[in-house]
Design a protein around this ligand. Structure first.
Ligand code: ZN
Length: 626
């Protein structure tokens, strides 16, 4: 290769045949000569030649020669850990410097267990680790998820007196965060005497990694009120994730403002995080305008925009963005295609979806993953092509997962096809996901077909498998006055509880005149009518809306995020509210957005046939649509 030939012409060929005398060596080669030549190597071939010459002339014993060679070989992009080890073993008395290099190189090359062996070996040889050792050892623990070992090594830093070193403490916070031990992470942070911006970044990142979003934002608030550090990009990106997950565009906008003030030029990654936050918080237009202003869009920003338009049901626009991406010469990958297919699915663009699925496979040679099949089954299912969807599943070259079967089951529920629905449910149950929603979907279908024995059978099965307890309690998050409030069904925890309940009564009374009646016709309940009504009336989404109507100033739309899928009574109710109170309401359920305005919803009521089924008092929430 050319690099080798250049090296051999300019350096190796000009070397003297006999080993130079030390004075000669000192003047000619030692400092600027080829004891440092290894640093200029560009590949292992060159490096091995330099190493060979060093051995040949007996220079290896020169102080630091071995260490420098190890450093270059272990830490260069082109290096080899195996070769670095062989040199390392030749060093007679390696110290912490050499061990640190090997530890760092091992982590960088993901030889994580090797890293811990090196650390133990270091201790056994009586070499004291220093502040450059621990960050990499903790990194290895975090990547291995080795919490226990991490705790033990945490003990060592007290022994070597590094427990007060900020650099080591920051890496410790990161390690605990990645291992999900958030209490440990926070305890280290709390005990720090001197917190740098990196410490804040570590503790906020740790909370983000375990999805404690509220705490992320609170910590950012603490940091700002301390007023000693400016939030850096990584912190603000964590905070943006928090806003995204909390569905809080107002807080998100604040973070956007801080980003603009603190960072002179936002890069495309940060801009894309912003777009993601806005579209996931229901502010699609804001996300779109940011997207249009990115001068150099990459595949990632296109992917986020396409997926964003998809969940807002704006399939045609998503496809236009996709064609812009193609025009820019960016090759689509499997992730972009998931967005494209789900855009077709959410907007019921069946023909387009089928065309894109073929284009992906045959034109772009992308092997469909289980997600692509999931989108296709969803798309066909929505269009009522249940037989075709089932045939597609049977032809899949990979094993269908729960999402695929669940899509088919949902579609069968919407289009009332019990025959295929039962097949889908049986396959779903075989996967042992133990998702109560799946059982309830099937029970709902039997109930609609008036097959009460089958309903009873499913209920018994659920009770035997203790699935009732597994049901995720439903909750709704709503933003008001720059805070995010969480409501569960029949929630009485808020100080404004009485006002909220008064508002609910008032709303229901008014909506009655508009023609709203609680949708209990399809509800399968073992409780009396009064209790059914109570459960529907004080559902988390209704409480959140009532609260927002009291708290929100006029003109600002109400935004609610829910952890479960929407169901028909709440959907109808929210449509009435949007009409009667002339208020825009956006609800994000577990897979899409519903924009309510003037009594209609952007989802066009695709799932309107859904119904809920409740079993006795053991449920905390009465939405069990899927
Ligand atoms: Zn809707």
């Amino acid at each position: 290769m050319s690099g080798t030939s250049v090296l051999s012409q300019t350096h190796l060929l000009s070397l003297p045949n006999n080993p130079p005398q030390s004075s000669e060596l000192n003047s000619k080669f030692n400092d600027k000569g080829w004891l440092s030549l290894h640093k200029r190597c560009k590949c292992m071939e060159e490096f091995k030649q330099v190493h060979a010459q060093i051995l040949k002339f007996g220079l290896f014993l020169y102080s630091f020669c071995g260490s420098n060679l190890v450093a270059t070989c272990a830490l260069s992009k082109w290096g080899s850990m195996e070769y670095a080890f062989s040199i390392f073993k030749q060093i007679k008395e390696p110290g912490s410097f050499e061990y640190n290099i090997m530890i760092r190189g091992s982590v960088n090359n993901m030889n994580l267990e090797e890293t811990l062996f090196l650390y133990v070996e270091m201790l056994e040889r009586g070499i004291e680790p220093d502040k450059f050792t621990y960050p990499f050892v903790f990194k290895a623990c975090s990547l291995l998820g080795a919490f226990k070992e991490g705790v033990q090594i945490h003990g060592h830093i007290f022994k070597v007196g590094l427990d007060g070193d900020a650099f080591v403490q920051n890496s410790l916070i990161n390690m605990y965060g990645k291992c999900g031990a958030i209490k440990h992470a926070y305890a280290v942070f709390e005990q720090m005497v001197e917190r740098s911006v990196a410490s804040w970044s570590a503790v906020i990142g740790a909370h983000a990694s375990v999805e404690m979003w509220q705490e992320c934002l609170m910590l950012l608030g603490d940091m700002s009120s301390e007023g000693r550090h400016r939030a850096e990009e990584s912190i603000l990106v964590s905070a943006l994730s928090a806003c995204t997950h909390l569905g809080s565009p107002i807080l998100g906008r604040c973070i956007h403002g801080i980003l603009l003030r603190n960072i002179s030029e936002l890069n495309v990654v940060v801009k894309t995080s912003l777009i993601y936050m806005y579209v996931k918080c229901g502010c699609l237009e804001k996300g779109l305008s940011l997207f249009q202003n990115i001068a150099e869009k990459n595949r990632f920003s296109y992917t986020v925009m396409i997926a964003g338009l998809a969940i807002h049901g704006r399939g045609r626009e998503a496809l236009r963005v996709f064609s812009d991406m193609m025009e820019e010469g960016l090759a689509p990958d499997d992730v972009v295609y998931v967005g494209v297919l789900s855009a077709c699915s959410h907007a019921s663009l069946v023909n387009e979806g089928l065309q894109f699925f073929n284009r992906m496979r045959f034109e772009h040679k992308i092997k469909p993953t289980v997600q692509h099949y999931g989108c296709m089954v969803d798309l066909m299912g929505r269009a009522g092509m249940l037989r075709e969807a089932y045939d597609l599943i049977k032809r899949m070259p990979i094993k269908p997962n729960d999402v695929v079967w669940r899509s088919l089951l949902s579609a069968c529920k919407v289009h009332l096809n019990l025959e295929i629905g039962v097949i889908a449910a049986e396959n779903l149950f075989k996967l042992n996901q133990h998702n109560p929603g799946d059982y309830l979907m099937l029970a709902n279908m039997f109930a609609r077909a008036k097959k009460w024995n089958d309903v009873a059978r499913i209920r018994t099965e659920m009770a035997e498998k203790h699935l009732v307890q597994l049901q995720t309690p439903g909750f709704s998050l709503v933003e008001a006055n720059r805070k995010v409030y969480k409501f569960v069904s029949q929630d009485k925890s808020k100080p404004q509880c009485d006002t909220i309940y008064d508002m609910i009564h008032q709303m229901e009374w008014q909506l009655k005149f508009e023609g709203y009646t609680p949708d209990m016709s399809q509800v399968l309940l073992d409780v009396n009518e009064e209790e059914k009504r109570e459960r529907l009336k004080y559902h988390s989404q209704k409480l959140a809306i009532a609260f927002a109507l009291i708290q929100t100033s006029e003109d600002s739309p109400i935004r609610i995020s829910r952890n479960l899928k929407m169901c028909s009574d709440y959907h109808t109710y929210t449509k009435f509210i949007s009409m009667f109170y002339e208020w825009e309401i956006t609800v994000r359920d577990h897979n899409r957005f519903h924009h309510f305005k003037d009594g209609t919803c952007s989802c066009k009521d695709y799932w309107r046939i859904s119904l809920h089924l409740c079993l006795k008092d053991s449920y905390r929430d009465s939405i069990f649509t899927s």
